[in-house]
Write a protein that binds this ligand. Structure first.
Ligand code: BDR
Ligand code: CA
Length: 317
């Protein structure tokens, strides 16, 4: 099985990613680390604890970075609600368990040190924790197995025309990670706009687990936000973060291209953009450094089936 750390800012689709990983036998979650992103780190840590307790996961939670490296921003409460994990109905209870006392950055360092070459870090929030890990211990670029992340885009942005939220929220951290030399696999908006959580998938969860249930209600909040932005006629909402987990479980759901990628941190409208070089090249004269495996195409049906099974499992816990 893949031994992973989930570095996240839950977050509705972060919760879906955690459930997918917890459900599947091919994944062992060694730790959940939180970061400020969709909400304050206070809230994202609290939400991670709510998830761990409500779904009876035996996973330690470590609180991570309080702020991005450089830029400050208002938490975008319109997407995930003020708590970061609002529900359209039943809420996950507040946690009675607590985060570990060790800082998330130290926890990542210690786990990689104890298991060189073994740990995949799945980043589905801003990359602040990872940048701090690599600033403290650049040598870990050689012992982190890989970083599989949701962030960026080879096409359009969401928080700005150019930038996707996770990268934009800490573009300097993302640039450090992009340039670190760690093996990177990117699930950007160009991909996640193909992997919808459909209205019919939520209906399937409700049918399988009838009665009041936080899982479909939380997903309804998330999709409702999307439909308000994108149109009520949409058949589903893009479910970003679980793609990174689905790739570990079933890599053949995705088509990955090895390409050059970097992060723009200039002081203009392109701030936070991932610049992915998709130009075709003559292989005989291609000297570019292809540092990112970029997911380009998804088997949307296969993804939806996998995700729905995991949500049904979660709803039954
Ligand atoms: C990303 O931003 C967050 O709102 C989601 O959880 C996801 O990680 C999508 O841009
Ligand atoms: Ca997220």
């Amino acid at each position: 099985p893949h031994r992973i750390i989930i570095d996240c800012d839950p977050g509705h689709d972060d919760m879906a990613a955690i459930l997918l990983a917890a459900w599947h036998d091919d994944i062992v979650i060694e730790a959940i680390t939180s970061v400020c992103g969709n909400a304050s780190v206070e809230n994202t840590t609290n939400n991670a604890l709510r998830i761990v307790e409500a779904f009876k996961l035996d996973v330690p939670v470590y609180r991570g970075a309080e702020l991005p490296l450089l830029n400050r921003y208002e938490f975008p409460a319109e997407f995930h609600g003020p708590s970061g994990l609002d529900s359209a109905g039943v809420d996950l209870p507040q946690p009675t368990i607590r985060a570990e006392s060790k800082h998330a950055v130290q926890a990542i360092i210690d786990l990689v040190d104890a298991n060189p070459g073994e740990i995949t870090v799945v980043v589905v929030g801003p990359m602040t924790n990872l940048a701090l890990v690599l600033a403290m211990r650049p040598d870990l670029a050689g012992t982190i197995k890989q970083i599989v992340f949701m962030g960026g885009s080879a096409t359009e942005g969401n928080i700005t025309p150019a930038a996707e939220f996770n990268i934009w929220a800490d573009a300097h951290a993302a640039r450090m990670v992009f340039r670190s030399g760690v093996k990177l696999v990117m699930f950007g908006l160009n991909l996640t706009h193909q992997t919808l959580l459909r209205r019919s998938d939520i209906a399937a969860v409700r049918a399988a687990q009838p009665g009041d249930n936080a899982v479909p209600d939380i997903m309804d909040f998330y999709c409702g936000t999307y439909y308000r932005f994108a149109g009520q006629d949409k058949p589903g909402a893009p479910l970003h973060d679980p793609c990174a987990i689905a790739y570990l479980i079933q890599p053949d759901l995705f088509e990955i291209q090895q390409l050059p990628g970097d992060v723009i941190v200039g002081d203009d409208q392109s701030y936070g953009q991932t610049l992915i070089d998709i130009r075709p090249q003559d292989p005989a004269h291609d000297a570019r450094k292809k540092n990112v495996g970029v997911a380009m195409k998804a088997d949307a049906e296969g993804f939806a089936q996998l995700m729905t099974q995991a949500l049904i499992w979660g709803a039954g816990r």
